[in-house]
Design a protein around this ligand. Structure first.
Ligand SMILES: *[C@@H]1O[C@H](CO)[C@@H](O)[C@H](O)[C@H]1NC(C)=O
Length: 457
């Protein structure tokens, strides 16, 4: 009897907490304002801003490489536990191999040449030099390119898009849609200048990237992103919906009113929440899914609170930085990597590719500002009201992604959801790992939007 009373009480309490967390007592929120900002050094100057767009080529001084090599050579490697694989994080023994490869076989010049085959530019927005890669298609006579803004996340970079760019910008048999790609770097990541002021959050970056697109002459455009990119594109859709032709996300999360309550009820009665077994399995058992997220997001807590402290270490040790980033590429691509000696990393990428992304962080000293983006966003994100996204939308759900949002929930937040794809394979770094799958999904969506525009102008 006493247990029954306690469980009813606990359940009631849980319902109340869930209602509050779900924001059910909030009124429908106004979308955030477009706003304005200044993130450069010192005071905003009174002179008219320089809005020129300047070609940029990636190039570093030889002294930077000499310094890098001596740091790798001087690494103090620890001793890993016997037979613990990647379960305690990246194994020191594995990092010895990485160091050896980095020093003897990795060729930055070759990687840099490849990156520089694409056009890069910089332009100053809100006081920061913003870098972007611009990939123009070759068009058939009479064909028009569709502008697409693709935004990377952490610990990735614009480099994730080198493989998907040719797929999206070349003429395709299935569809007339060909893209003109703009892949900017988030401020503080690789070649985009880091903010000198606190508070540069996703909303500010959304505005900066919208200004970039307008400066390039695109009044309306498509947006795509995963990780932070996925969060930033929702902000763009909120602050300037009339500029957005369509939104494609490969990491849609929702914050529905009552979502925690639904999760709780669904833990006992999943079929009350989702009719399809496939949807149920994306979210339940909620405890198990939550445990997985808790075990994999320690980094997030650190970066959302004291990014500069851990940054002091990572900005001084290339092997430390590589371990920190490689671990994410292992577990977020396949959690089974934790039980492997090499994290299973080589299955999806060459070490050259992974080291190039790491080099981009190292050479530009980006790790600390890149982590600060968590501090600027997480607290706000947790208190954010429930906004509806009204632009035409599509979601690609990759099976190895950290968390999943089933279609019925996505549809509640992205109210004009035109496409939801459960992908056959692939993880968090979708464009980098499965460029063809992602490219096909984006093109299918944009083709449908363009067709709808013709039908209902
Ligand atoms: C590195 O790559 C560059 C450019 O492809 C090439 O010229 C050079 O010979 C390579 N260096 C080595 C040591 O292989």
């Amino acid at each position: 009897m006493i247990f029954k009373v306690i469980s009813v009480f606990v359940l009631l309490l849980a319902v109340i907490v869930a209602l509050m967390l779900g924001g059910v007592f909030d009124t429908a929120p106004e979308p955030p304002e477009y706003g304005d900002g200044w993130w450069g050094k010192g005071e905003k100057p009174n002179t008219p801003p320089d809005e020129s767009i300047v070609p940029f080529e990636i190039q570093f001084e030889q002294s930077v490489f000499n310094d890098l090599k001596s740091r790798i050579r001087n690494t103090r490697f620890g001793v890993g536990l016997e037979d613990r694989r990647f379960n305690y994080g990246v194994r020191p023994e594995y990092m010895r191999n990485v160091a050896k490869y980095w020093l003897s076989s990795y060729n930055w010049t070759k990687q840099q040449e490849e990156i520089n085959t694409f056009d890069h530019f910089k332009t100053n927005i809100e006081g920061l030099d913003i870098h972007f890669m611009h990939v123009k298609p070759t068009l058939k006579a009479g064909q028009k390119a569709v502008p697409l803004l693709m935004i990377h996340g952490w610990p990735g970079s614009f480099y994730e898009y080198l493989k998907i760019a040719p797929l999206l910008t070349k003429v395709n048999d299935q569809s007339d849609v060909v893209f003109e790609l703009i892949c900017p770097s988030i401020p503080g990541y690789t070649f985009s200048e880091a903010s000198h002021k606190k508070g540069l959050d996703a909303l500010a970056v959304a505005r900066i990237f919208d200004k970039l697109m307008k400066r390039l002459g695109f009044r309306q455009y498509y947006i795509q992103g995963g990780d932070w990119g996925a969060y930033i594109i929702t902000k763009i859709a909120l602050i300037t919906p009339s500029s957005i032709l369509g939104l494609h996300s490969n990491m849609a999360t929702t914050r529905l009113p009552l979502q925690p309550l639904f999760l709780m009820i669904g833990s006992y009665f999943p079929s009350l929440i989702f009719s399809s077994k496939e949807d149920q399995d994306k979210v339940f058992p909620a405890g198990e899914k939550m445990a997985h997220i808790m075990l994999e997001t320690g980094y997030m807590h650190i970066q959302a609170t004291k990014p500069d402290t851990v940054g002091s270490a990572l900005n001084n040790s290339p092997i430390g930085l590589a371990a920190y980033i490689l671990e994410k590429f292992s577990t977020w691509t396949d959690p089974k990597g934790r039980d492997m000696d090499d994290g299973g990393i080589d299955k999806y990428w060459t070490l050259d590719e992974l080291l190039t992304n790491i080099m981009l962080y190292w050479m530009t000293g980006s790790i600390t500002p890149s982590m600060r983006f968590y501090k600027e966003n997480i607290a706000n994100a947790l208190q954010e009201p429930f906004y509806k996204i009204n632009v035409p939308s599509a979601v690609a759900d990759f099976p190895m992604e950290l968390s999943h949002t089933p279609e019925p929930w996505v549809r509640k937040q992205y109210v004009d959801l035109m496409q939801y794809t459960t992908m056959p394979r692939g993880g968090h770094f979708a464009a980098f790992e499965e460029p063809q799958l992602l490219a096909d999904d984006i093109r299918k969506f944009v083709t449908a939007v363009e067709l709808r525009k013709v039908k209902t102008p």
